[in-house]
Design a protein around this ligand. Structure first.
Ligand code: MN3
Length: 208
C-alpha cells in the first residue's frame, strides 16, 4: 500500500469516478472519496501533527497495535486510521471489470462455503445484519477465510485478521442511489467486487 506513513494524503481512485456506473453512481463516489475519506485523513493528520511521537508508526501498525496507543487518543485514532485504511481497502477492492475468485481463494471459498453462490448469500446476510454503520468483510482468520462484520470504522487488522474483501455499508455508501435499500446496493456491489485483487491478496497470504 502507498502512503503508509504520516503525512497522509487522499490517493486517487484506481478508476474514474463514473467507472462503477450503474452499480455505484458518480456523485456517491465523489462524496465518498473526496469528502468522507478526506475527513478521516484530515483528522488523523491533525492528531499526528499534535502528537509527533506517533508519526513514525505506519497506518497499519496504528491499527494492528491499537491497544498500545495512548488511552486518551485511542478511540480517535482507531476511528480515523480505520476510516482511512477501510476506505482505501474498499475502494481498491472494486473494479469496473467483472471478475471471480481464482486459485487458492476460489478453492478455499468452495471448501468453506460449499460454493461461490452460497458464499455470496452468506456475505449478503452478514452485510444486511450490520446494525447502523459498519462493514462486512471477508478475512483470513487462523488460516481460514471467514465472513465477519465490524461496526463503525473498526478494522480487522486490530483483531489479528487479514482483510480480503471489504463492503462499506454505512448509508453514505449507497443512500443517494439506493435510499434505504441496502440489499439492492449489496447485490449491485457483487458486480464490481474486484476478485482479481482479492485472489492476489489471498495467494500472497498463503505464501507466508
Ligand atoms: Mn464510507
Amino acid at each position: 500500500m502507498k502512503n503508509e506513513y504520516y503525512l497522509f494524503i487522499n490517493l486517487p481512485l484506481p478508476y474514474a469516478y463514473d467507472a462503477l456506473e450503474p452499480f455505484i453512481d458518480e456523485k456517491t463516489m465523489h462524496l465518498h472519496h473526496d469528502r468522507h475519506l478526506q475527513t478521516y485523513i484530515n483528522n488523523l493528520n491533525k492528531i499526528m501533527t499534535e502528537n509527533p511521537s506517533l508519526q513514525k508508526i505506519s497506518l497499519n501498525d496504528l491499527l494492528i497495535n491499537a491497544n498500545e496507543l495512548p488511552k486518551n487518543l485511542r478511540t480517535e485514532i482507531i476511528n480515523n486510521a480505520g476510516g482511512i485504511y477501510n476506505h482505501r481497502f474498499f475502494f481498491d477492492g472494486m473494479s469496473p471489470h467483472p471478475s471471480s475468485p481464482t486459485g487458492a481463494l476460489a478453492e478455499c471459498i468452495n471448501e468453506q462455503f460449499s460454493s461461490f453462490e452460497n458464499f455470496k448469500n452468506e456475505f449478503k446476510q452478514a452485510a444486511l445484519s450490520v446494525f447502523g454503520s459498519g462493514y462486512a468483510w471477508l478475512v483470513v482468520n487462523n488460516g481460514k477465510p471467514c465472513i465477519v462484520t465490524f461496526p463503525n470504522q473498526d478494522c480487522p487488522l486490530s483483531y489479528g485478521m487479514t482483510p480480503i474483501i471489504a463492503l462499506d455499508v454505512w448509508e453514505h455508501a449507497y443512500y443517494l442511489k439506493y435510499y434505504n435499500m441496502r440489499a439492492d446496493y449489496i447485490d449491485a456491489w457483487f458486480n464490481i467486487c474486484n476478485w482479481h485483487r482479492a485472489s492476489q491478496i489471498f495467494a500472497k497470504y498463503c505464501e507466508k
